[in-house]
Design a protein around this ligand. Structure first.
Ligand code: 5GP
Ligand code: ZN
Length: 113
């Protein structure tokens, strides 16, 4: 069985609130929101982090950014949004299946780190 939490979420083995899905990506609401609206988007194929994904498949990484913007639009974030992708220990990446955070729905903090 796949031990990766986000692989299991993408496969529907662990429930999540789906926002968007296509053949390559899955997007769902974050379980512990850090803003009024907080979603995540992941590639269905497992890559540990954005460094690994972009090195292996830059086109997929680019497509993921495009889909993150589409999800922001679907979520009604007309006034702006923030995309964050924590990569590695110093960034405190806690789930080692790459994901982009999509944050908005309110004016976000000036600080990013
Ligand atoms: P990271 O710290 O790796 O950048 O972000 C991981 C994110 O995944 C966190 O914002 C956390 O709240 C979210 N998360 C962790 N476990 C689950 C889960 O089981 N379901 C959902 N929907 N989000 C999760
Ligand atoms: Zn995974």
């Amino acid at each position: 069985m796949n031990e990766c939490l986000f692989c299991r979420i993408a496969a529907g083995e662990i429930p999540s609130t789906k926002v968007y899905e296509d053949e390559k990506f899955y997007s769902f609401m974050d379980i512990n929101p850090q803003a009024k609206v907080h979603a995540l988007i992941i590639p269905k194929k497992h890559y540990a982090d954005m460094a690994e994904l972009s090195a292996a498949d830059a086109a997929l990484a680019g497509e993921m950014l495009k889909k993150a913007c589409l999800v922001a639009e679907k979520l009604g974030l007309k006034n702006g949004f923030r995309l964050i992708t924590n990569t590695g220990a110093d960034a405190r990446q806690s789930v080692r299946h790459t994901h982009i955070h999509i944050l908005g729905g309110e004016e976000l903090s000036e600080r990013m780190g």
